[in-house]
Design a protein around this ligand. Structure first.
Ligand SMILES: [Zn+2]
Length: 134
């Protein structure tokens, strides 16, 4: 899967994959980077520029000018679970039943934010999952 940002192409593939970080306290069951990338496949994703004060672990990019910040691209979506197992995601709820509705009828009981974070310099990416109240 590829996307273009500031006329540079980035690929979400095995070659650039760095790390998969599940929630530490309440990790989602039976989930990995392949599962996440499969959800994103074929979707139009609007990555946003983000600046962190720590560098990419892969390329340890030089600080950008005097800003003392490192450039990344970020994308977020949400996963909805029932007893730790994914039952829906924010792509599905945008088209169908809302999270509030699913929760009301007992189909889901927890929600997570998924962050895809890409180093603007080398394209190395991480997937991070954190418990998040919708
Ligand atoms: Zn990098």
């Amino acid at each position: 899967m590829r996307f273009l940002a500031d006329s540079k192409e980035y690929s979400l593939d095995k070659e650039h994959f760095g790390d998969f970080l599940n929630d530490e306290e309440n990790p989602i069951k039976d989930i990995d980077e392949d599962y996440i990338l499969e959800i994103l496949k074929g979707k139009k994703l609007d990555f946003e520029k983000a600046y962190y004060n720590y560098s990419c672990v892969n390329c340890k990019s030089e600080k950008q000018g005097k800003s003392k910040a490192y450039e990344f691209y970020e994308y977020h979506f949400y996963l909805y679970t029932k007893d730790g197992v994914v039952v829906s995601n924010s792509f599905q709820t945008e088209e169908g039943e809302s999270y509030a509705r699913l929760e009301k009828v007992g189909k889901v009981n927890n929600s997570y934010i998924v962050s895809i974070i890409i180093c603007a310099e080398c394209g190395y990416f991480e997937i991070e999952i954190e418990e998040f109240e919708v």
